[in-house]
Design a protein around this ligand. Sequence first.
Ligand code: FAD
Length: 381
Amino acid sequence: MENIEAIDIAVIGAGLGGAAAAALLHKAGFSVHAFEQAPVFDRLGAGIHIGPNVMKIFRHLGIESKLAEIGSHPDFWFSRDGRSGEYLSRIRLGEFALKEYGAPYITIHRGDMHAVQMSLLPSSQVHFDHRLIGLEEREEGVLLKFENGTQYVARLVVGADGINSTIREVLLGAEKPRYSGWVGHRALVNVEKLRASGLEFEACVKWWWEKSRHIMAYDTKGDGSEYYYVTGVPDQAWDYGTSFVDSSREEMEEVFGVNAHPVVLALIDATTTVTKWPFYNRDPLSLWSRGRLCLLGDACHPMRPHMAQGACMAIEDAMVLTRCLSAQGLDHYMDAFTLYEHTRRERATKVQTISNANTWLKNPEDPSWVYAYDPLTAPLG
Ligand code: FAD
């Protein structure tokens, strides 16, 4: 090929899944470069749950204790009625998760987690401001073309480029993700105001109303200095043409305020800035890889976020893909990709289905099939 830099593995997108893939492949001894369209990552105001299934991967990467130190360790995932406050379920986490599932369950600010993940990558192998706009599959590698004019040739390409994935489009054709008919409000609330209410705000609680409307509220820091909520609300259309819009305390009162439990009312009262986001998804894809290209995370199995496992599945994908490439070797990438899909498809699709249905942990159930799973040792294939 022309005088273009040749690399072994290109990971397109350095979000939560791509950053994990790049770090795991690097640790496994592969030469890997990550290409991210954003010029820089901001600490956007949003939280995330990370289950023991993924904390095991972070242990392998050497960042488990750092994240455990920053994040909150809820003793329970509570589900409660949004009006009466009645407990619908009390799912044990905390020490129980540590003992039964083999790692902690944490809730954390996603910006804090992502920054720790990114710190694992050698800066010379992370390329910000590189938006992939096209590629050519050639015999000896894939020619990657970026918006800023640079080009690379990669032996393998991992599409970790999210729900609007360019790599998915190359594999399966242009198709916009489907609006799910649901939106979510997201807010970091005023903790001083919460404290002033004199009420107790549980470390991880999902408040439920009819038709599965809900508010999931939790700490994003272990020291209790940040409290966050994300909602799920049916909304027929998303006509704004943007990825999110500003919402308001008044809108929160309108949607959830009527006869709500005092803790919910205090939560709404402590809302200062709140945004509203549409949730999109896709049906399970018919193809996860072809030739030198493969997909992971939201590029491959996007879902509504109600099971708090979307990023966890992306990071599990990254771990299993790394194991498959290590087992088969780079030259046998097609076998590795097949093994990867066979290992991941059933689990990722099951999580996608339950997450979209928004039934997870509403009533008492055993979550061990999700949390006790060990992506480092689970049988391949
Ligand atoms: P993304 O995080 O979308 O990353 C894709 C990256 O690719 C981005 O950085 C993007 O800039 C980059 N990119 C895109 N196109 C290109 C291109 N052409 N060239 C270069 N770069 C490109 N999951 C959990 O596990 N727990 C939770 O508690 C949880 N809560 C959630 C709450 C909400 C409200 C939402 C919306 C989601 C939640 N999720 C949660 C899901 C989780 O956020 C996603 O599943 C996860 O971010 C997917 O990671 P990803 O790396 O596959 O994709």
